[in-house]
Write a protein that binds this ligand. Sequence first.
Ligand code: AMP
Length: 306
Amino acid sequence: MSKLVVVGTVAFDAIETPFGKTDKILGGAATFIGLAAAHFNTEVGLVSVVGGDFPENYLTMLEDRGMNIEGIEIVSEGKTFFWSGKYHNDMNTRDTLATELNVLADFNPVVPEHFKNANVVMLGNLHPAVQLGVIEQTKDADLHILDTMNFWMDSALDQLKEVIAKVDVITINDEEARQLSREYSLVTAAKKIHEMGPKFVVIKKGEHGALLFHNDEIFFAPALPLEEVFDPTGAGDTFAGGFAGFLAASNDYSFENMKRAIIYGSNFASFAVEKFGTERMQTVTNDEISKRLEQFKALTKFEILS
Ligand code: AMP
């Protein structure tokens, strides 16, 4: 079976949306990525760090959902990464209220021996220096996929550029693509980001879907129009998890297969937003995923009679 390494935050989140507010709940990029990727026929190994305040039952839950958590370091005297955000009424934009790095500040990732020969490496959102550390331990991987966010562009741009130069695929949201490239047009932004290194550029546009760029080719996947969107937190990570999990399981990294991968990513993300935090992703079944995939097909299929 193929192997997928996921590095990213395993965190506490406090979220406010127009529909309600939570205290500290389970969050983190690696958590959402892993919950999606674990649905595929690939071994998923998480690499992250948590503090002594992190509940044991959260770790058990990740294991029960099929993830290998050997690479999650527990710093018993430290505190877990904490992020808090508040969504605006349209839920396409949010303000970050707090980012407390805590144990993440001194994190030195160690990829477990068993995962050093992983086929695919998903570098979830965290400090680019940590992402670099993981790339160095997984040099033989077929595919390195990078996700990042404006926080790291603002605080560690040079290191981030070093990571970008070493990866095959980058997934980034539209606002961040504009910030990174200093271009407004997403087509031009993708071109500039290509020039920084990645052969494939995926630009996520929230409820407006995702674009895949490869040389001069472009593919678009819609987001499923949903009746209820409760909390968009983690949608981008869940998208990345579905994308990476599908690619790792299919062992085909062509543009054609990447198109399918972004449909899978969008499919998983559509579940993540239905409840607060990771709640929906903890319960979603393969049957529900397959049914929704049919909805995706129906949404975009059309014929033009000539
Ligand atoms: P998303 O909504 O896909 O951007 O992901 C939100 C998740 O990312 C939350 O669960 C947070 O814990 C995590 N997160 C927020 N800010 C950061 C950051 N600066 N670095 C790493 N993870 C973060």
